[in-house]
Design a protein. Structure first.
Length: 166
């Protein structure tokens, strides 16, 4: 059995911002053993810290894991799952450099959002008899119901109330 390990060497080159940072290392560097090492790019993690003469060795995130910022992690994060029991489905699959993006299922709206991804969704409310749908639910808002005026009716699924027919 041959295990193929793909190790990619990234060198992160970013302008240094000494003027507004008191830290020892530059923005795209991290400190380890008193040395400043370049961070790994999103999509990768640290495989080997840098030495005096060799830059940081980065490795791509394994399948179903990711890193979404320049980092010094030796392990990537596990991709989120869009759980249908929380009213969610996949909008964008997880990639090495970005977590899964979830969206509400059809006829659900999002109640909890983190970094542009929905964490929890709830089914749109249904209007009762005697009410009409003032505003249909969207992926981000619930249905808005309103009461019918006298002498009009709706079974709860109409977008306006209808006059009673004699
Ligand atoms: C790094 O490079 C310098 C100059 O080439 C050399 O003198 C030194 O021994 C090297 N250090 C290591 C740890 O290889
Ligand atoms: C309301 O009326 C419409 C049209 O007559 C019908 O299709 C729908 O199933 C009814 N809905 C309810 C909740 O009774």
């Amino acid at each position: 059995m041959i295990t193929l390990k793909i190790i990619v060497l990234f060198t992160v080159i970013v302008p240094l911002h000494y003027d507004f940072c008191w830290c020892r290392c530059a923005d795209a560097e991290y400190e380890i053993d008193g040395r400043c090492c370049p961070m790994c790019a999103p999509g990768a993690r640290v495989y080997r810290h840098c030495t005096e003469n060799i830059s940081t060795t980065c490795a791509a995130s394994p399948e179903f894991t990711y890193t979404d910022e320049p980092n010094s992690y030796t392990k990537c994060f596990t991709c989120s799952v869009c759980d249908s029991s929380r009213g969610l489905r996949v909008k964008k699959a997880c990639r090495w450099w970005s977590d899964t993006v979830c969206e509400p299922l059809e006829q659900f709206y999002c109640t909890e959002r983190i970094k542009g991804s929905c964490r929890n969704a709830v089914k749109h409310s249904e209007c009762s008899a005697g009410q009409y749908i003032k505003q249909a639910g969207t992926p981000s808002t619930d249905t808005v119901c309103a009461d019918c005026e006298a002498d009009t009716y709706s079974n709860g699924s109409f977008s306006s109330c209808l006059p009673h027919t004699m």
